[in-house]
Ligand binder design. Structure first.
Ligand code: NDP
Length: 432
């Protein structure tokens, strides 16, 4: 803890994981002999670099870029890039650490990584974003490769940014390689990648509900965020018969008890890159609230899909008062430890992000497979593989929870199942 005192998010993530895998670690004394846990929490490599770029007025700006190559025990480093002013070493290390376990849970051959920059694409022109991406890749290209490290998108890095990054990589290296995932469908992207995280989240919860003979039909679902994960979680939940009644952005949230008009939200957020407050202007039945509070509406299922630590203990108290039974983390670490403890002790099932939002990286790994084979599979094929993977993640997490004496605790189950796979590979590969 002393060594990482300036990295609160990293300490939060590692402490929670290490506490929940304690019994699995204690059962295997050989882990201690080879300092397995010390190696597990230390990234294999961190790259930090200057990203100079010119804005539209000709002024030179400087941001800081990062790539955390955390673990290659199971395959090439794999994880998203985040462009957001809040980006720092602590946040990226927590995300990369979580990614190691998440990727392990997919059962696919991918290691864990994360990266990004403290650049804010909001309000920047396409030309500014392109110049930033080109400068970012001009350094990053020497650290990545189709068999080394394959970044993807995350907050602030969508199809536009991946396209610019890919174009610059291709130009510098003179090779058309599967070095980024989330590419456009016309140049190596996979069907379902855009939908994957949101759809995957709903597939996993569908499997959980099925265990107790339930389904999405007729359920009230509250969602936070209105970005990539939130939108496609809402779409799949609606397709399965649920009513999605809330969505939010960093300015406010909307409540539509009869169900949000998703086409309008997609138009505002994906096409116009606008604000949710614009939705309220054209939908008079909707309540718009500025600021927080998205968890105050009655619901059966809550899907936090915006950002880390967005659902705190008072929000959890509101959810409990209003009858919520399942919380599925679409975002990474959106529920604070205090809120998780309260929810679990009150009988709510919490599906942790590393299991529930693994659909995105799973389809990214399928994109890598298609790129290697120089093939593109159909939407239906990838969607059905995604569903199988998410069911597998739920089963592996539930079975590990039962096997290690915490039945129903999917957080512990996912941590243990992911850890066991990484640990087995690390033990087999010697002290590296
Ligand atoms: P987007 O950038 O597409 O959307 C993020 C959404 O969250 C936006 O609506 C944004 O609002 C809102 N938001 C961001 N910060 C805050 C805040 N502090 N308070 C309230 N709202 C906020 O990102 P994604 O949908 O891709 O990612 C969302 C989460 O899911 C992240 O935690 C990400 O790491 C995780 N994730 C994403 C995956 C993917 O495939 N995309 C895969 C796995 C995890 P605004 O528009 O105002 O910024």
């Amino acid at each position: 803890r002393g060594r990482y005192a300036d990295q609160p998010e990293f300490i939060q993530a590692t402490s929670r994981v290490l506490a929940s895998i304690a019994s699995a670690v204690e059962a295997e004394p050989s882990y201690e002999r080879v300092s397995l846990l010390d190696r597990l929490v230390e990234p294999e490599r961190i790259v930090m670099f200057r990203v100079p770029w010119t804005d539209d007025s000709g002024c030179v700006r400087v941001n800081r870029g990062y790539r955390i190559e955390f673990s290659s025990a199971l395959g090439p480093y794999k994880g998203g890039l985040r462009f957001h002013p809040s980006v720092n070493l602590s946040i990226l290390k927590f995300l990369a650490f979580e990614q190691v376990f998440k990727n392990a849970l997919t059962s696919l051959p991918i290691g864990g990584a994360k990266g990004g920059a403290d650049f804010d694409p909001k309000g920047r022109s396409d030309a500014e974003v392109m110049r930033f991406c080109q400068s970012f890749m001009t350094e990053l290209y020497r650290h990545i490769g189709a068999d080394t490290d394959v970044p993807a998108g995350d907050i602030g890095v969508g199809g536009r940014e991946i396209g610019f990054l890919f174009g610059q990589y291709k130009r510098i290296r003179n090779e058309f390689a599967g070095v980024l995932t989330g590419k456009g469908i016309g140049f190596g992207g996979s069907p379902v990648r855009a939908e994957a995280t949101g759809y995957g989240l709903v597939y996993l919860i569908e499997e959980l509900l099925a265990d107790s003979g339930q389904h999405f039909e007729g359920k009230r679902v509250s969602i936070s965020g209105s970005g990539n994960v939130a939108i496609y979680a809402a779409k799949k939940a609606e397709q399965l018969g649920a009513t999605v009644q809330t969505m939010s952005d960093s300015c406010g949230w909307i409540l539509e008890p009869t169900g949000v008009d998703l086409a309008a939200i997609m138009q505002i957020k994906e096409v116009r890159r606008g604000r949710l407050s614009e939705y309220a202007e054209t939908h008079p039945a909707c309540e718009y609230h500025s600021g927080g509070g998205v968890w105050s509406a009655p619901c059966d299922i809550a899907l936090p899909c915006a950002t880390q630590n967005e659902l705190r203990r008072p929000d959890a108290e509101g959810l409990l008062r209003n009858g919520c039974k399942v919380v599925g983390e679409g975002a990474n670490m959106p529920v604070t430890p205090e809120a998780i403890d309260l929810l679990i002790s009150s009988g709510v099932t919490v599906c942790p992000g590393k299991a529930a939002n693994a659909g995105g990286v799973a389809v990214s790994a399928l994109e890598m497979a298609q790129n290697s084979a120089r093939l593109t599979w159909s939407f239906e094929d990838v969607d059905s593989r995604l569903k199988t993977i998410m069911r597998g993640i739920y089963r592996a997490s539930a079975e590990a929870a039962a096997a290690w004496g915490v039945p129903g605790n999917l957080i512990a189950g996912a941590n243990i199942a992911g850890f066991k796979r990484v640990a087995d590979a690390m033990m087999a590969q010697g002290i590296v």
